[in-house]
Ligand binder design. Structure first.
Ligand code: ADP
Ligand code: ADP
Length: 219
């Protein structure tokens, strides 16, 4: 059993969600993406989801209290010995401190922060081909990860859609937020000696192999 807590860090489109899904399956560990939790809250019409929508549509960070209220209960429900992956959380140093507090109470701590690195313009081009299943949030790509049947989800047959925030203007805004608010997290984890990087420009399966090698060193 893989018992480490791993945090994925990187700007939109580097492939965090894609790898989190594959690793979650390969190691039989949970993964949580705050973006998915927020989109799900919105789909269910909850007050938190509706409040978050205006920030997400504009490409801004959703306030910490909303994000924390969604992620806290997910983390606290995990058995102590199980590892898990966090994708898209924490996104600020304040969120990283809150995560440390939550984990401390569970006698756990972040073991690895993984930075996904790739060229900016390639990443933005990659994002324009992203499609998601609005039902189960599974992610596809028109060229690099197409569904088996034309533009419907492999799991539930729902028609795939483009995320409303995957338009170029909002993508650039989200990238700016990353470089401003999230990038400082790298020094937070580097100072603790738990930051590693992965070359996210490689094909999906090569990135997966590289991360599996890192995970296997930690087991
Ligand atoms: P991507 O995978 O493209 O990086 P996400 O699905 O992770 O995008 O996030 C989509 C949006 O959800 C973000 O632009 C932001 O508005 C909100 N969001 C997700 N995670 C967080 C977080 N940890 N803190 C604040 N806002 C968040
Ligand atoms: P993030 O969660 O970091 O925002 P995603 O995992 O959603 O990124 O990936 C963004 C898009 O790029 C998706 O359409 C995904 O299918 C595709 N993708 C992910 N990793 C790769 C890769 N290594 N090579 C090519 N396309 C990729």
């Amino acid at each position: 059993m893989f018992g480490a807590v791993v945090v994925f860090i990187g700007p939109p489109g580097v492939g965090k969600g894609t790898q989190a899904a594959k690793l979650s399956e390969a190691y039989a560990i949970p993964k949580f993406a705050t973006g998915d939790l927020l989109r799900e809250a919105l789909k269910n019409g909850t007050p938190l989801g509706l409040e978050a929508k205006k920030f997400m549509d504009a490409g801004h960070l959703v306030p910490d209290d909303i994000v924390l209220s969604l992620i806290r209960e997910k983390i606290q429900a995990i058995p102590q010995s199980s590892g898990f992956i966090l994708d898209g959380f924490p996104r600020t140093t304040a969120q990283a401190r809150s995560l440390d507090d939550i984990l401390k109470k569970m006698c756990h701590n972040v073991s690895l922060a993984l930075e996904f690195v790739m060229d900016e313009e390639d990443r933005i081009r990659r994002l324009s081909g992203r499609r998601i299943c609005p039902q189960c949030q599974r992610t596809y790509h028109v060229s690099f990860a197409p569904p088996k049947k034309d533009m419907v989800c492999d799991s539930d047959g729902t028609a795939l859609v483009q995320r409303t925030d995957d338009d170029e203007k909002v993508i650039r805004q989200r990238s700016a937020v990353y470089w401003g608010a999230t990038n400082p997290l790298l020094s937070y984890y580097r100072d603790r000696g738990i930051l590693k990087t992965v070359d996210a420009s490689k094909p999906i399966d090569s990135v997966l192999t590289d991360i599996r090698n890192l995970f296997d060193q930690m087991k």
